[in-house]
Design a protein around this ligand. Structure first.
Ligand SMILES: Cc1ncc(COP(=O)(O)O)c(C=O)c1O
Length: 431
């Protein structure tokens, strides 16, 4: 056994070395396969060289503790090489009902802390390969935030100028993050909704000859999830000897659902896929299709759309990337999520599990936990956590999280004599 593991290490290690200088972007396409091998290698290294700790399943699944100190198996070429291979973590019985297992895939482990890092790498590398995006060009996208941050990251690394169009209501920290990454942010009026920011981006590209990512229409989006997100899930559950029975996701563009969903159903045909959307904006639930322009973009706002608090989910139209998915094959259940359930579950994930995700992660986990309550014993359920909760400091997620000390904290502060900062009193330094 030990020999087999060392053998695996010897075979995998050369893949971890930096690619040769001047390697064209196309060569980076091999990375997911390389990373799969590397990831397989880390627990093997750990098991071979040290006593295992806190292992789950067949002893290879929840391997992070045992793998600590083993490194990543090599050096990463640049920021874009850090995208993908996000970890899956178990939800404890503090939230999960008995008799079933619930897991979360933490997309906030991507370098800019959201699932959209995958989309940005996918679209930009695809456009480079097709010759549509050339050095010195400007990359543009219309986005509620995470996509802009991801596109800005890839542009910063590759040396493209970046212009992001973003509607007014989305959180201000997102705008500042994009500007920190070197992008220009064009804020569009709230009344224009999601379609307004898309129109603005199209107008700017038509006028200046800039490259538009078209995240809602570009098939490189879902294809990347088919090649990475889905296979990662399959590999990680396989490594633990567990059979995934349910997979739960929401949709923004539909890239995750379409691409990862295809890969998952191909590998696990009896898998149940639960697709969540905001209760307040039941676009799919309405059965009303979105009318499109020739390029697949929406002609108008969808009649079933209403403002909802689940940022990143369900724009005011049904995206082409979602509509192009074989819905009848992929979607087993459509799950409406109340906004307050999404917020409360995100808070519970943070306070009870130490998993800090956004409102949509809360919504997805709510659907997973509700599914878990009625699923047969022995079910294994996975929810996607698309981004980090840190991106929501100015949103309803943090609305009742105070910055000042509450009564309990004040009484702790007063319980010893020194360094007291009590409102309305002189600060106390030494006792
Ligand atoms: C914040 C956020 N970003 C992205 C996504 C998924 O995006 P897409 O459907 O574009 O793959 C979701 C969906 O759950 C989301 O909540």
């Amino acid at each position: 056994m030990r020999d087999r593991q060392h053998c695996l290490l010897l075979h995998a290690y050369p893949l971890a070395l930096d690619p040769p200088r001047g390697q064209p972007p196309a060569a980076r396409a091999r990375r997911p396969e390389e990373m799969k091998l590397l990831r397989a290698m880390v627990p093997a290294l750990s098991a071979a060289l040290r006593a295992p700790a806190r292992l789950v399943g067949r002893g290879r699944a929840l391997h992070a503790t045992a793998a600590r100190g083993a490194g990543s198996g090599g050096l990463f070429e640049d920021a874009t090489a850090l995208v993908g291979n996000t970890p899956v973590v178990k939800i404890s019985d503090k939230l999960a009902p008995p008799g079933v297992e619930v897991y979360a895939k933490c997309e906030y482990f991507n370098p800019l802390a959201s699932v959209k890092d995958r989309l940005a790498v996918a679209i930009i590398e695809d456009a480079e390969k097709r010759g549509e995006l050339k050095p010195g060009m400007t990359v543009v996208e219309a986005t509620s935030g995470n996509t802009g941050i991801a596109v800005a990251m890839v542009c910063a690394q590759r040396g493209y100028d970046c212009v992001i169009c973003m509607a007014e209501p989305f959180s201000v920290e997102r705008r500042r993050l994009m500007r920190m990454l070197g992008a220009k942010v064009i804020v569009t009026p709230k009344a224009g909704k999601g379609t307004g920011m898309v129109r603005k981006a199209e107008e700017l590209c038509a006028k200046n000859g800039w490259f538009l990512c078209h995240q809602f229409e570009n098939e490189a989006n879902w294809k990347f999830h088919e090649a990475t997100t889905g296979p990662e899930i399959i590999a990680d559950f396989k490594a633990s000897g567990k059979k995934l029975t349910h997979w739960v996701t929401g949709y923004g563009t539909g890239g995750t659902f379409h691409g990862a969903g295809k890969a998952l159903k191909a590998s696990i045909p009896d898998l149940k896929i639960v697709l969540a959307e905001p209760e307040a904006a039941g676009l799919l639930a309405s059965g009303v299709a979105t009318e499109r322009n020739a390029d697949g973009s929406p002609k108008a706002s969808h009649p079933a759309f209403a403002a909802h608090p689940i940022q990143g989910w369900t724009p005011d139209f049904i995206p082409k990337v979602l509509e192009d998915a074989p819905m009848a094959e992929l979607q087993d259940e459509l799950f409406p999520i109340p906004g307050d359930a999404a917020v409360n579950t995100a808070k519970a994930l943070a306070a009870k599990e130490g998993l800090l995700t956004g409102i949509s992660g809360g919504g997805t986990m709510y659907a997973a936990l509700e599914t878990a309550k009625k699923a047969p014993k022995g079910s294994v359920i996975l929810a996607m956590l698309p981004d980090t909760g840190e991106r929501y400091l100015s949103t309803p997620l943090f609305a009742d999280i105070p910055a000042d000390m509450n009564d309990e904290e004040l009484s702790i502060a007063k319980s010893t004599p020194s360094f007291q900062l009590i409102p309305g009193q002189e600060p106390v330094l030494a006792a």
